[in-house]
Design a protein around this ligand. Structure first.
Ligand SMILES: Nc1nc(=O)c2c([nH]1)NC[C@@H]1CN(c3ccc(C(=O)N[C@@H](CCC(=O)O)C(=O)O)cc3)C=[N+]21
Length: 307
């Protein structure tokens, strides 16, 4: 009988995230018992984008499940920049709020950079403030963006020591690609960031022991771009028409990643599914960051959430 190449094992982000949320919940309960501080997260959403509304609801529900305070501020898309900045100033000054997340993207009439800049860096649980970007770059403690942090946790859980591995990150965004590169560099990987101008992207991807796909283009990364046995982290969450033409005509959608999963699973050693991979880890890390921010606000060293 001919040897079939083994199919990749799935990295179960959903199960991992549940474990992490339980650890955050236990740690938050200890913090409240010892210091009387209940971690509080404020999520601000401007406008009515249906996908954003779903994510915001998930964040709120998970936060409350973890025994933490969750406030959601839903603002109309007519909100002015001044009004949004005034809310952020109030949240910065609110001692019961340790984490502030302003859902992106913001309506076009609002300057996102100015809004992110207004968030107290110590409450910036997204890790998007330039102060946190700088802290990550120079290796100081700060807030680490949730999606790269969750991706790194899964990689370390799967592979252990990452040092010396070739990591290729496809996508150079401020929210995923660049901070992911910093984190993997910190783990002593050899890191390459690829983007739309990269020459011979498939050949570059084939050099990767760790391939992180964060471009936002449905199923762009094909099976023959992947080194056999590589670990693939698919950050993409793309809504595409349902496979069933009748359902597609009714406007039904399905969610796919940036990786062609059906092809990749035949080549990779390990791969995150979409849904059920990076997405749930992003939310779990948001809670972890909120807990960490609450600890630091009272000068307490956060408990290790890795065990
Ligand atoms: N300031 C800011 N911070 C964010 O972290 C942020 C943001 N803005 N804007 C929108 C994106 C999107 N995002 C997701 C988080 C979790 C899932 C998630 O849990 N997804 C599930 C379900 C996917 C589905 O079925 O739709 C999964 O992948 O299994 C998805 C998307 C955070 N974002």
């Amino acid at each position: 009988m001919a040897d079939e190449p083994a199919r990749a094992s799935l990295i179960d982000g959903k199960a991992f995230s549940q474990t992490l949320v339980e650890r955050v919940a236990a740690a938050a309960a200890r913090l409240e018992a010892t210091h009387g501080v209940k971690p509080g997260l404020a999520v601000v959403i401007v406008g009515e984008d249906p996908a954003s509304q779903i994510y915001v609801r998930n964040k709120g529900e998970t936060t409350q499940k973890a025994g933490m305070r969750s406030d959601t501020h839903r603002l109309p898309d007519t909100t002015t920049q001044e009004e949004l900045l005034a809310l952020i100033a109030a949240l910065n000054a609110d001692a019961g709020i340790h984490g502030i997340l302003v859902q992106l993207p913001l309506p076009k009439h609002i300057d996102s950079a100015a809004v992110l800049d207004a968030i107290d860096p110590d409450k910036d649980v997204d890790g998007f403030h330039v102060v946190n970007v700088g802290r990550l770059a120079v290796g100081l403690p700060g807030m680490i963006p949730c999606t790269p942090l969750g991706s790194l946790m899964m990689l370390k859980d799967q592979l252990g020591d990452l040092s010396g591995l070739n990591a290729v990150i496809v996508g150079r965004s401020n929210i995923v690609g660049k901070p992911m590169a910093q984190l993997l560099l910190g783990e002593s990987c050899t890191v390459t960031i690829a983007h739309s101008r990269t020459r011979d992207l498939p050949a570059l991807c084939r050099t990767a022991d760790i391939l992180v796909a964060a471009v936002g283009r449905p199923e762009m990364i094909k099976g023959d771009w992947i080194k056999p046995g590589a670990t693939v982290i698919d950050v993409g969450i793309n809504r595409v028409p349902s496979k069933d033409p009748v359902k597609a005509a009714e406007g039904k959608t399905r969610v796919v990643g940036d990786v062609d999963f059906a092809e990749a699973v035949e080549v990779a050693g390990r791969i995150t599914p979409v849904p059920g991979g990076v997405g749930p880890m992003t939310i779990a890390c948001l809670l972890a960051n909120t807990y960490t921010a609450a600890c630091r606000s009272v000068g307490v060293t956060p408990d290790d959430l890795n065990s």
